[in-house]
Design a protein around this ligand. Structure first.
Ligand code: ATP
Ligand code: MG
Length: 276
């Protein structure tokens, strides 16, 4: 497996149902780094995550995404997962008829490739070990994927998947939403244990609280479908204390959502967001 991954998004524009949501987004994530993306509702954060993973609703119209020099946009959805991209979704899907264990084993084997499948014994041992770390009830192994799971249980299950799949780029979309205080700590401990030079993280969150547990190296603010400001952990602290108005004022942004057309787009379209 490639170590020290390098994941680069350059000038990414994407539309959904003919409407442009991502409007020229740049970010570079290297192995060992944790990047946090914050931003008001409806600014394109989940769209970014879905676009990276190749969700068919989101059409890339400009720009590029690469992982270790390979063109991600050329890859089918399953190839992206096999290449090491992982997304913990903001709203995980429920799949009736497929047990958690079946799903996980298939996903692990897809990632490992033909001829290199994990043995059943080894899989069960690994799954049990990780479930224990996440303080999950073993019965969740045999339940249908996410069906009837509480909000917090779904989030914990996403982290279980992450731990077992050993991805090189991890995207967590509001992993903290719906978690109680103890679960937040458990999930953060799980994520921190996965931090390594072989893995980069993109963490979408609304709250500084999560970043107290998972210390980011970089914090980015997303508005109008682009990253409009980047900094270190102190940026998240300032947002927590002061909200987003000061950034909007600084940049002359009136409406931070992606709803406006170009005529109302106050930040010049050709301004490139800070690059890392
Ligand atoms: N499949 C879709 N069909 C129609 N509109 C969509 C679709 N996906 C995203 N959008 C629109 O794109 C905009 C950005 O949505 P997105 O989910 O990316 O925001 P977000 O930044 O993740 O917000 P939140 O913080 O509330 O999760 C919204 O106006 C949303 O309604
Ligand atoms: Mg979202």
């Amino acid at each position: 497996m490639a170590n020290a991954p390098e994941f680069i998004i350059d000038g990414l524009k994407a539309t959904v149902e003919g409407k442009e949501i991502l409007k020229g987004l740049n970010i570079k994530i290297k192995g060992g780094e944790v990047h946090a993306i914050m931003g008001p509702n409806g600014t394109g954060k989940s769209t970014l995550a879905s676009t990276i993973m190749g969700h068919p609703k989101y059409e890339v119209t400009e720009g590029s995404i690469s992982l270790n020099g390979e063109d991600v946009l050329e890859m089918a959805v399953d190839e992206r997962a096999r290449a090491g991209l992982f997304l913990a979704m903001q709203y995980p899907s429920e799949i009736t008829g497929v047990t958690n264990a079946d799903f996980l084993r298939s996903a692990i084997n897809a990632r490992r490739g033909e001829g290199n499948e994990i043995s059943l014994i080894k899989f069960i041992r690994q799954m049990e070990g990780k479930m224990k770390e996440l303080e999950m009830n073993p019965e969740f192994m045999h339940r249908y994927l996410n069906e009837g799971f509480s909000g917090g249980e779904k989030k914990r299950n996403e982290i279980l998947q992450m731990m077992l799949l050993d991805p090189s780029i991890v995207i967590l979309d509001e992993i903290d939403s719906g978690l109680d205080i103890d679960a937040l700590r458990i999930v953060a401990t799980g994520v921190n244990a996965m931090r390594s030079e072989d893995r980069g993280f993109l963490i979408i969150t609304h709250y500084q609280r999560l970043l107290n547990y998972i210390k980011p190296d970089f914090v980015h603010v997303m508005m109008q479908g682009r990253i409009v400001k980047s900094g270190g952990p102190e940026l998240a602290e300032r947002l927590e204390n002061e909200g987003y108005d000061w950034i909007k004022e600084e940049l002359g942004i009136v409406d931070e959502t992606v709803g406006q057309d170009e005529g109302e787009f106050k930040v010049p379209m050709n301004t490139t967001a800070p690059k890392y």
